[in-house]
Design a protein. Structure first.
Length: 288
């Protein structure tokens, strides 16, 4: 009886489905077309949920550095239209005289101190017992000196803001890999200096860059750079008071692709907006 029971127990495993132990299972291979950082477990999860396609889409997303101006202008339309294929990092800009950040400028303290000094000098002249001719000459000399010195201080103030923006943009470019730089108004001017100083030499789109006005107020020369028609696209609005025709002539000499629109400084028309968005998408498709 005991012999029959032992024989039945020995034959039982052969009658039941057998599952191999974990260490007996052959290793499962990860498909070679997946990125190396995706393991088998993640592959199984994403294969069922469709996450592999999402991962590949994320790997293909572009990155853009946005240099704004006194307003976002057409940048809002660009970021909205291309938000599914591009990540936008918007740099906080020093844009005098708009915005609190631009007033954190050491030359602002110098300007305030100089105004206080001139006011004291006016009161000092008035307190002196001078004849009419001497008093008039003193006031005239003080006014002329005030205007000259204020113009110098304003130039230093604007120059400092430009350098701060260039330094901030340079830090972002060195810290992260960007596929394109897009700038509008003041930010477009900063983009010109990034190209001129070789801080950035990749695909660029500049919308109504106020580079001539910025250089004029800062008493610095216009930035000179070379840009191919496929790499650098510059948009200019006819009759834009902030971007004079002389500036357009200077920018044409860079070899960049120039887009001229019958519009305002902020490109309000539908036609301009469509052309800007279309050009930006074209830039993204050409980026490797």
């Amino acid at each position: 009886m005991w012999e029959a029971a032992a024989a039945a127990a020995a034959a039982l495993p052969a009658l039941l489905p057998c599952t191999p132990l974990a260490h007996d299972r052959p290793p499962r291979k990860v498909p070679s077309d997946l990125p190396l950082q995706i393991g088998y477990k993640e592959y199984v999860t994403t294969k069922v949920t469709g996450g592999t396609n999402r991962h590949r889409a994320e790997m293909a997303r572009k990155a853009a550095l946005v240099l704004g101006g006194w307003s976002d202008g057409p940048l809002t339309a660009v970021m909205h239209a291309c938000r599914s294929s591009c990540d936008f990092d918007q740099l906080t800009m020093h844009t005098p005289p708009v915005g609190l950040l631009c007033w954190f400028n050491p030359f602002l303290a110098v300007i305030v101190a100089f105004v206080v000094l001139v006011s004291y000098c006016f009161s000092l002249i008035k307190s002196q017992k001078l004849n009419a001719a001497a008093e008039t000459f003193s006031y005239l000399a003080l006014c002329v000196g005030f205007l000259i010195m204020m113009r110098i201080l304003i130039a230093l103030f604007v120059r400092y803001s430009i350098k701060r923006c260039i330094a901030a943009a340079s830090a972002h470019v060195k810290e992260k890999r960007y596929d394109v730089v897009v700038g509008f108004s003041w930010g477009g001017g900063i983009g010109c200096w990034l190209l001129s100083e070789k801080i950035w030499n990749g695909p660029t789109m500049l919308l109504a860059p106020t580079v001539q006005v910025m250089a004029k107020f800062a008493w610095i020369p216009l930035p000179v750079f070379s840009g191919s028609p496929t790499q650098v696209h510059i948009f200019h609005a006819n009759g834009d008071p902030f971007c004079p025709e002389y500036q357009l002539t200077h920018l044409r000499s860079s070899g960049s692709s120039i887009h001229v629109c019958d519009d305002s400084h902020v490109f309000q028309s539908r036609e301009s907006e469509r052309e800007i968005v279309s050009t930006f998408r074209q830039i993204l498709t050409e980026v490797q």
